[in-house]
Ligand binder design. Structure first.
Ligand SMILES: [Zn+2]
Length: 570
């Protein structure tokens, strides 16, 4: 009791001291409302918001109810001649009924069983097959598994990989100082694990074992395990085997070291060789056997979508987006907790989206329509946003911008802000100008090597050319500066990210989120009231795609740059 009272007093004192500037910055946004919504949908009652579970029904109904109460209109699928709040998102669902079994034959007379989730994490198949039945399949080390002709790089050197399991390194060849031009520390799309699997599928390999290392992956094994050993989803595809090999897995580095040692190789030396352009694939002596039976089905998940029609240009839109899903119920943590609440990831984003809808509905209508899109299955690979971008409700060509939020500020107001990745676009210039009005500065993504550009829903829109950003809260906190901001951020990543302990805390300070919500509100409102079409920078790989639809906007594109090489999302 005494402790609580003391804390309350201390918090009040801080709040009072900071009130004038912050209150102005927060505009019509209320930290209490943001906190209340976050607390509600991250409670155990929402069971971690797994797509296509009973928690989905509860979650999407909650969001639709909030949209309705805010006073916006439904913009989803037409049901009985009327727009509903929901856009059906058909997903391929694949899961192992029981954990698959593995036997690694090291090739030196020894063999060992591997345990799913411990040394290896195998994704349930998404190539259209349901049975994994491998008998002594040879392993082939292919370095970073990259084919990039425009960068004069090819790790495969014409090796036939059919029927083989590829052992590959995570990130790209110059991440730790190798040759080649892959953005240095920043991650190109060649560094993303999705690329590794896609390239293996294109080449007809049986599968991939990505060697997990925390630094180049930018997250720990817990994340790998929690994200890949649950139920897997993809959007329903015509030819899934063109995108997915049968066997998509990660292995821990100590196991890789053992595999290389049994072949008379040193892992570090092999890795050093992979950083060079003249790298040659290395057949390993080890073989892998595996058995698993997946249940594969098609299910429907849903995006929730509402809008406020524009007064003069209703066919033109500004989209606010955030993903509603998290990891659902999964493996228990040390405390026996099985519910992955996702209070920061991404109940905060949904709280902000709902409050944007409410605040927009209370203000005079804008010239362009404003769309509020709560997407599903982000955690399964940006699938809800991918589905919307491929099956848009409002024309993609006339979508002026997408403002995505994935994670909000919970440590109080910050002097700066960021976006995911180091892309350059007009929408960012507008955001920076808007931030200046709050007396705040823009910090470029401090960790472009983590590949955050490919890890949030704005990427689905960028791929179809729409100027899109994922806003990131600042780390230079008004209370405690960068030192405190970085320490808190690191603590969250280490202890709570994608773990059951990502839970709402009474100590979280939602004033920072209110300040950010107001910043994003002003950005979107100004764009929705303008005739401007902010574009990607001239050297952006998304510029050419956007400019292809310029005529639909009544624009004449300036000298369009050459299209980017296929697969280059750097
Ligand atoms: Zn997440």
């Amino acid at each position: 009791m005494t402790t609580t009272s003391f804390r309350l007093l201390a918090a009040t004192a801080i709040a009072l001291a900071a009130v004038p500037a912050i209150a102005q910055d927060m505009g019509p946004f209320s930290p209490t409302r943001l906190s209340d919504i976050d607390k509600a949908i991250s409670s155990d009652a929402f069971e971690g918001r797994g797509p296509a579970t009973r928690a989905e029904t509860k979650t999407i109904n909650y969001i639709a109810d909030q949209f309705k109460a805010a006073g916006i209109k439904p913009a989803g699928d037409v049901v009985n001649g009327q727009r509903s709040w929901f856009q059906a998102v058909p997903l391929l669902k694949s899961e192992f009924a029981t954990a698959p079994s593995f036997t690694l034959n090291l090739g030196n007379g020894q063999s060992m069983p591997l345990t799913q989730g411990d040394q290896i994490a195998l994704r349930a198949p998404m190539n259209g097959q349901s049975t994994v039945n491998l008998a002594n399949v040879p392993l082939l080390f292919v370095g970073y598994g990259v084919t990039a002709p425009e960068r004069n790089w090819d790790d495969f050197k014409d090796q036939d990989v059919k029927g083989k399991l590829l052992v590959v390194l995570i990130n790209d060849p110059d991440f730790e100082g190798g040759e080649g031009d892959f953005g240095g520390k920043a991650m190109t799309y060649y560094g993303r694990w999705t690329y590794k699997y896609e390239e293996a599928a294109r080449r007809g390999a049986l599968g991939v074992l990505i060697v997990h290392e925390t630094d180049p992956a930018s997250y720990g094994w817990n994340t790998v395990k929690n994200s890949n050993t649950n139920t897997m989803f993809d959007i329903v595809r015509k030819d899934p085997a063109a995108e997915h090999p049968l066997f998509e897995s990660w292995i821990q580095r100590p196991l890789a070291e053992k595999i290389f040692a049994a072949s008379g190789l040193n892992f570090d030396q092999a890795k050093a060789a992979a950083k060079k352009r003249n790298f040659q694939p290395v057949p390993l002596k080890a073989t892998l056997s595996a058995e698993g039976q997946a249940q594969v089905s098609t299910i429907n998940s849903h995006n929730v979508v509402g809008y406020i029609p524009g007064t003069t240009h209703p066919d033109e839109t500004v989209i606010y987006s955030a993903h509603w899903d998290h990891l659902g119920i999964g493996k228990a943590d040390d405390k026996g907790d099985t519910i992955y609440n996702g209070a920061l990831d991404n109940a905060t984003g949904i709280a902000q989206l709902i409050e944007q809808a409410r605040v927009f509905a209370e203000e005079p209508r804008t010239q362009r329509s404003v769309v509020f899109l709560a997407v599903t299955a982000e955690e399964k690979g940006l699938l809800g946003s991918e589905y919307y971008a491929q099956n848009p409700i409002f024309p993609i060509a006339k979508t002026a911008g997408v403002i995505n939020t994935d994670g909000g500020a919970i440590y109080g107001p910050a002097k700066n802000f960021t976006i995911s990745g180091n892309a350059k676009l007009g929408l960012l210039d507008m955001l920076i100008a808007e931030g200046k009005k709050q007396g705040r500065y823009y910090s470029p993504d401090p960790h472009p090597e983590a590949g955050y550009f490919y890890r949030s829903d704005h990427f689905s829109f960028a791929k179809v050319g729409v100027p899109a950003i994922s806003f990131g809260d600042g780390n230079d906190l008004v209370n405690g500066g960068i030192k405190r901001g970085e320490a808190l951020g690191k603590e969250y990543t280490d202890k709570h990210y994608h773990q059951p302990s990502d839970e709402w805390q009474a100590s979280w300070d939602f004033r920072g989120m209110a300040q950010d919500a107001n910043l994003l509100h002003n950005l979107g409102r100004d764009l929705a009231n303008s005739r401007a079409w902010p574009d990607w920078s001239a050297d952006s790989e998304f510029r050419a795609t956007r400019d292809m639809s310029a005529a639909e906007r009544g624009e004449t594109p300036a000298a369009a740059p050459a299209p980017a090489p296929k697969g280059d999302r750097g």
